[in-house]
Design a protein around this ligand. Structure first.
Ligand SMILES: *Cc1c(COP(=O)(O)O)cnc(C)c1O
Length: 217
């Protein structure tokens, strides 16, 4: 495993799906990974990363960004209201906009800060109680509400239930996106990114398959 192996697998999956690799952004999910592993991937030329928390990003990325120009960092983990201003300042995109309250907060902060990251709205495709995301039945109205707030909504994001076939969830996400005229599909992780590419993913979020297993201390 590693970056070049994942790039090969993306190329193969794209070929099978009749797509081009340029249309699939690989977000290297660097959460919890030690800095030397992250820097090795930066040194290979990769410039698109994802993190789960504001706090970890604040500690790790200002220095890397200064040393590796052109680096983008996306937030893929849950966003709390009290961290929203920092998130607007720190991230190039947020993939976890999951409720009207946080959408309204982001709209206000975008006005105040004069900038807003690209946004993906998280859909709880498996309707799991413990999981973040808007329910599929509420997705259309949530998308409309975010647009009324003038938020830069680029697409939708999902994390399928672990025990279910991911393709069904990817297909549902795509269906909701298409009927709302949204291009972006943030879906697919280390275990299922090839299926996600087959279903039209534009952003895949791959962590452990690039960096190795995360070691939580
Ligand atoms: C951790 C994480 C990933 C990456 O998971 P891997 O299985 O290591 O590829 C992708 N998306 C989200 C939202 C995550 O929290």
């Amino acid at each position: 495993m590693g970056l070049s192996d994942i790039r090969d697998r993306i190329a193969r999956a794209c070929k099978e799906a009749g797509r081009t690799p340029e249309d699939v952004a690989l977000i290297a999910i660097s959460k919890v990974q030690p800095n030397d592993r992250v820097e090795a991937v930066l040194k290979e030329g990769h410039r698109l990363f994802g993190e789960n928390t504001v706090q970890e990003t604040e500690g790790k990325w200002p220095d890397f960004r200064a040393r590796y120009p052109g680096t983008e960092v996306h937030l893929v983990g849950p966003l709390q209201s009290n961290k929203a201003r920092k998130a607007v300042e720190l991230f190039d995109a947020i993939h976890s906009v999951d409720r009207p309250k946080i959408a309204r907060t982001l709209a206000r902060l975008a006005q105040e800060e004069g900038r807003c990251p690209d946004l993906f709205l998280q859909v709880n495709t498996g309707e799991e109680e413990q999981k973040a995301g808007i329910m599929p039945a509420d997705a259309d109205s949530f998308i409309a509400e975010c647009r009324e707030l003038d938020l830069p909504v680029r697409g939708l994001m999902c994390i399928p239930p672990v025990e279910e076939t991911p393709s069904l969830h990817f297909a549902l996400l795509k269906k909701i996106a298409r009927r709302n005229g949204l291009e972006g599909l943030s879906m697919g992780m280390s275990g299922d990114f090839e299926e996600a590419i087959a279903q039209g993913a534009t952003h895949i979020r791959v962590g452990s398959a690039i960096f190795g297993e995360r070691v939580y201390s």
